[in-house]
Design a protein around this ligand. Structure first.
Ligand code: L34
Length: 295
């Protein structure tokens, strides 16, 4: 079997078209322009790439965007003061503080400080809780992107054995939560594996769908999966640079080996990454619509 390659780039493009039209309509009918602010502390090169893409995509879709680049030694108090200001800014519907933050800043304090109504990442505990009980306002971007990839590729999750590898707050825990909800595009039987799982292969071998979010290249190899599995590869691991200094990326899955057994697989780059950015745009549009009383 040679796997169907699920193109996140293509699916993201379709959804971006839909968002662009809705943004234009919102402006025309209600004179509302969705506004997103990104906050980046420090100079992590990968974070700079991701934040840059968020800005560029906002502009392409007609979303107002603002970017705050703060030095790596910014104090937690100063960051909290900026968030307070952004919480009160009527132009801004969505606030995104790019993670990870420098070690001296407490991430939980920062995520707690963002107004849950402007929390387009879905990381505030109120939004995490709302997702847990099946009444989310904002789904976190990467997991929401994964669900959209599955739905728009016609991959059935209802009753499926889904194995998530990785238990982060950004990907592992929320995707597990989303896929076990009693609704369309979910209804899966979900298992979460992590660094203390006794035998990861035991679980992955019986999975219909594997979501690899371990943060480690080659965490999933061909011997660990069954014929016909569907693989969503969330990993973004830099394994070197090209002569021109471009990052060379691989996922968490041994793509070449696994694609011979899989029914469908997402590539890296061009899989989950573009979907993450697109779902952020969708949440920003949603935040603006909620504020305008349209949802
Ligand atoms: N607050 N922090 C906050 N929200 C998020 O949703 C994120 N994340 C993760 C890291 N920190 C965050 C992102 O935005 C990961 N992430 C992210 C976003 C986009 C891409 C990858 C990770 C992406 O576009 N990846 C491209 C390759 C880009 C490249 O050339 O480096 C891809 O095709 O996979």
């Amino acid at each position: 079997m040679t796997a169907q390659i699920i193109s996140g780039t293509e699916i993201a493009k379709q959804i971006r078209e839909e968002i662009k039209q809705e943004v234009a309509e919102l402006k025309e009918k209600h004179n509302v322009v969705p506004g997103l602010v990104t906050v980046l502390v420090g100079e992590d090169p990968a974070s700079q790439v991701y934040v840059g893409q968020k800005e560029k995509t906002s502009a392409a879709l007609g979303i107002y965007s603002e970017r705050h680049d703060l030095p790596a030694d910014t104090s937690e108090a100063d960051l909290l003061a900026l968030i307070d200001k952004l919480n009160k800014d009527p132009k801004i519907h969505g606030i995104l503080v790019q993670l990870p933050l420098p070690k001296h800043i407490n991430e939980t304090n920062v995520l707690f400080a963002i107004d849950p109504k402007k929390d387009v990442d879905g990381f505030h505990p109120v939004n995490v809780g709302k997702l847990m009980i099946g009444e989310p306002d904002y789904l976190p971007c990467t997991p929401h992107g994964i669900q959209q990839l599955l739905m728009r590729s016609g991959i059935e999750t209802d009753g499926a054995e889904v194995v998530v590898v990785g238990r982060s707050n950004i990907v592992g825990k929320p995707i597990a939560n989303i896929l076990l909800q009693k609704q369309k595009g979910a209804n899966a039987t979900v298992t979460i594996c992590h660094t203390h799982t006794r035998d990861i292969s035991f679980h992955t071998k019986r999975a219909d769908i594997i979501i690899a979010a371990a943060g480690k290249a080659n965490a999933i190899t061909a011997d660990m999966v069954k014929e016909g599995v569907v693989i969503i590869d969330v990993g973004v691991n830099e394994i070197g640079k090209t002569a021109e200094g471009k990052r060379i990326l691989v996922g968490d899955v041994d793509f070449e080996g696994v694609k011979e057994k899989a029914r469908a697989i997402t590539p890296v780059p061009g899989g989950v990454g573009p979907m993450t950015i697109t779902m952020l745009m969708l949440n920003t549009l949603r935040a603006a619509k909620i504020k305008a009383g349209l949802i």
